[in-house]
Design a protein around this ligand. Structure first.
Ligand code: ARG
Length: 585
C-alpha cells in the first residue's frame, strides 16, 4: 500500500502544479503543531523565492486547488505561507480499514528480496554465557525478524567461539585432575567413552579455575597452549574431549537461547571454518597480497584515503597459529560457497569494529567477497550497571545470563503475585514473558551503538516507556475483546468522531514508516518508539471512550474493530522485537 504521507504529498504536489508551481514543492510532513493540524506543507516559501511573490498568496492559490478535495477536512493557508492540512475522517477510516485487511498491514516488502547471512550470538563454548553476549542475541534476533518481515531470506548463524585457548585450558586442567583417563594415554587405540568425564556444572567450574591458574602459573599456561595446538592438529584423544565439551555446552546454550526466544538456523562455529583456512591462504598468496611481517603472514589493508592507521590483517602468526581474523575470513569463504548471500551482517560489541574493518578489506582484496556483496558490522555499546561501569553481579563478578534472567523473572513474579490478577497456574509463564519483555525492550529501546544502564526496577515497571507497559496495553485490549464476545470485523471501522480516535488511527497509519526506518538503519529502537506512541494513544482512546458501554451497536463494533487492529499492530511489532504478550497480567 502506498504510504499515507506519500498519498497526501502526491495530491498536494498536483495542487502545486495546477497552481503553476513546481510539483516537487508539494512535499508534506507530519505537522509539528499537532494542535493546529495533522500535516503541513511548507513548499510555498521556496516557491515564493523563485516566483518573487508573497508566500501566503501562493499558499492560498494551492489551497484553492484543493477545495472540494475529499482527502481533507480542512486546508488552510496561514502566515507566513504554510499550508495546514487536516485529514477527512472518512478518508482516514478507509485507509485504515484497507490497512487492516492488507498483508503486513500494507507494508511494501523488499522488491528484490536479499539473502542475508546474519552472524550474531557468538557465545564462547564452555565459557559461561554472560551479559556481553546478551545484546548480540537480543539485537540480532530483532534485526533478523525485521529483515524477514520485509521478505528477505535471512540465515542466522550463532558462530560459536569453539576453537580457542579455552579448549586447551579445559583439557589441561582435566589432565591434572584425572590423568588416568584414556584421552591422555597416547597408546590408547580403542573407542573413547560415550559419556563425558564431566557435567555442565563441572565444566563451568573447570574453565574459570583453569583460566585463573594460567594467569599465575606460566608452565600451566604453556601446557594449555600446547594442548590447544595438539587439539587443532588432530590429536585423537583431545578431539574426543572437545566433542564432549561441545555436546554438553551446546545443549546448555540451546536451553539458554530458547529462554530468550532467540533462534539460530545454523549452529556453526569457528571450528567449522578450519578446513577452509589452508586453501584460502594458498589462494590469497597466489593473488600476491600476502606479505611477511616479523615472521607473520599479513594482508596490508591500509587505504590512501584513511585518516587513521588501519593495521594489517594478520593471517598466520609467527608460531604458525591462525587467528580470529583468519577464521572469520575462512568463514566468509564457507558462507559465500553455501549461500551466495547479498549481504553478511555481524552483530558484536562495537569494540570489534577495527577487527571487522580489517577482515572486510582483506576479504575484498583476497577476492573472497566481491564488491556487490555487502559486508556490515553492527556494533553495539555496553550494558552498564547503575554505577556506569560494565554490568556486574552484586558480588562484583561477571553476571551470568541465566542468573540475570532469573533475577528479573523473580522480581516480576513477586509483582504479579502481589497484584493477584494472574491465575496461579499461569504465574510462571506470565512472569517469564514479562521478564523477557522488560529485558529486551530495556535494551532495544536504546540505539544499538549507545551504552545503556541496566535498571531492573525501571525496565520492569508497568508504567512508563517499558516492555511491561506495552504488554499491559495489549492485555487490556485483549480483555475488552474477550468481553465483547462477538467476532471482530475490521469493515465495521467508522470515521473517527473524537480527537482520541483520530489520533489512534493516524498513529496506526505510521506502522510501515516506523518499520522501514528500523529496517534501513538496523534500529529496533524505532519500533520501540513507535509502539510506545501507539500504546499511549490507544490508552488515551480507551480512557476517553465508553467502548463496551456504548449503546449504539455499529459504533461499538467500530470501536472494537479499532482496538483489535491496534492489538494486532502492537503484537506484530513486539514479535519483531522478540517478545510476546501474556493473556493477563
Ligand atoms: N565469540 C566472539 C566473542 O565472544 C564473537 C563472535 C562474533 N562473530 C564473528 N564472526 N567474529 O567476542
Amino acid at each position: 500500500m502506498e504510504k499515507l504521507i506519500d498519498l497526501i504529498s502526491r495530491r498536494v504536489s498536483q495542487a502545486f502544479e495546477a497552481a503553476g508551481l513546481e510539483a516537487s514543492l508539494g512535499k508534506v510532513t507530519v505537522s509539528n503543531r499537532p494542535d493546529l493540524c495533522e500535516y503541513q506543507c511548507n513548499g510555498a516559501m521556496p516557491a515564493a523565492k523563485q516566483a518573487h511573490r508573497p508566500p501566503l498568496e501562493l499558499a492560498q492559490a494551492v489551497a484553492e486547488q484543493l477545495e472540494g478535495e475529499t482527502m481533507f477536512a480542512r486546508v488552510e493557508a496561514v502566515k507566513p505561507g504554510f499550508l495546514n492540512l487536516t485529514l477527512d475522517p472518512g478518508y482516514l477510516r478507509d485507509y485504515v480499514a484497507q490497512m487492516a485487511q492488507a498483508p503486513s498491514f500494507g507494508l511494501e516488502p523488499e522488491a528484490q528480496p536479499k539473502t542475508i547471512v546474519m552472524d550474531y550470538g557468538g557465545p564462547n563454548v564452555a565459557k559461561p554465557l554472560h551479559v556481553g553476549h546478551l545484546r548480540s542475541a537480543i539485537i540480532g534476533e530483532s534485526v533478523k525478524r525485521i529483515a524477514r518481515y520485509f521478505g528477505n531470506r535471512v540465515i542466522g548463524d550463532i558462530h560459536l567461539g569453539d576453537w580457542g585457548l579455552q579448549m586447551g585450558l579445559i583439557i589441561e586442567e582435566l589432565r591434572e585432575r584425572q590423568p588416568e583417563l584414556p584421552y591422555f594415554d597416547p597408546t590408547f587405540t580403542g573407542a573413547y567413552p560415550a559419556e563425558a568425564p564431566f557435567t555442565i556444572a563441572e565444566l563451568e567450574e573447570i574453565y574459570p579455575t583453569a583460566s585463573a591458574k594460567s594467569k599465575v602459573d606460566e608452565a600451566f599456561a604453556s601446557r594449555a597452549h600446547d594442548a590447544t595446538y595438539k587439539l587443532q592438529h588432530g590429536d585423537r584423544g583431545y578431539r574426543a574431549i572437545w566433542e564432549h565439551i561441545m555436546r554438553i555446552s551446546k545443549a546448555d546454550l540451546q536451553r539458554n537461547y530458547e529462554k530468550l526466544d532467540v533462534h539460530f538456523d545454523l549452529w556453526l562455529g569457528e571450528s567449522d571454518a578450519q578446513a577452509d583456512i589452508p586453501p584460502m591462504l594458498e589462494a590469497m598468496k597466489a593473488r600476491g597480497i600476502v606479505t611477511e611481517s616479523e615472521g607473520a603472514l599479513v594482508v596490508e589493508v591500509q587505504q590512501p584515503e584513511d585518516t587513521k592507521e588501519v593495521p594489517p590483517c594478520i593471517l598466520v602468526k609467527s608460531d604458525g597459529a591462525s587467528l580470529y581474523a583468519t577464521t572469520d575470513l575462512a568463514t566468509l569463504v564457507q558462507r559465500m560457497r553455501d549461500f551466495t548471500p547479498d549481504k553478511v551482517l555481524y552483530v558484536t560489541d562495537k569494540r570489534q569494529a577495527l577487527h571487522f574493518e580489517q577482515v572486510f578489506r582483506a576479504a575484498r582484496k583476497g577476492g573472497i567477497v566481491p564488491e556487490g556483496v555487502e559486508l556490515q558490522h553492527l556494533g553495539y555499546g555496553t550494558m552498564n550497571g547503575k554505577d556506569g561501569k560494565p554490568f556486574k553481579t552484586r558480588e562484583g563478578g561477571v553476571m551470568r545470563l541465566e542468573r540475570l534472567i532469573s533475577e528479573v523473572t523473580d522480581y516480576v513474579r513477586r509483582k504479579i503475585t502481589e497484584n493477584q490478577v494472574v491465575d496461579e497456574g499461569d504465574v510462571e509463564e506470565t512472569a517469564q514473558r514479562i521478564a523477557l519483555a522488560a529485558l529486551k525492550y530495556g535494551d532495544l529501546s536504546n540505539q544499538p551503538t549507545k551504552d545503556y544502564i541496566f535498571d531492573m526496577e525501571r525496565f520492569a515497571a508497568f508504567e512508563g516507556n517499558t516492555g511491561p507497559y506495552i504488554l499491559y496495553t495489549i492485555v487490556r485490549i485483549k480483555s475488552i475483546l474477550a468481553k465483547y464476545g462477538a467476532a471482530v470485523d475490521s469493515a465495521a471501522l467508522l470515521p473517527s468522531e473524537s480527537k482520541e480516535a483520530k489520533d489512534l488511527m493516524l498513529t496506526l497509519t505510521r506502522f510501515s514508516d516506523s518499520l522501514r526506518a528500523a529496517y534501513q538503519d538496523n534500529a529496533p529502537n524505532d519500533i520501540c518508539a513507535y509502539v510506545y506512541d501507539l500504546a499511549g494513544v490507544a490508552n488515551k482512546f480507551y480512557h476517553e471512550t465508553r467502548i463496551l458501554a456504548e449503546p449504539d451497536a455499529a459504533r461499538k463494533a467500530g470501536y472494537v474493530a479499532l482496538m483489535d487492529l491496534t492489538r494486532r499492530v502492537l503484537e506484530t511489532s513486539i514479535d519483531l522485537l522478540g517478545f510476546s504478550a501474556p493473556e493477563r497480567m
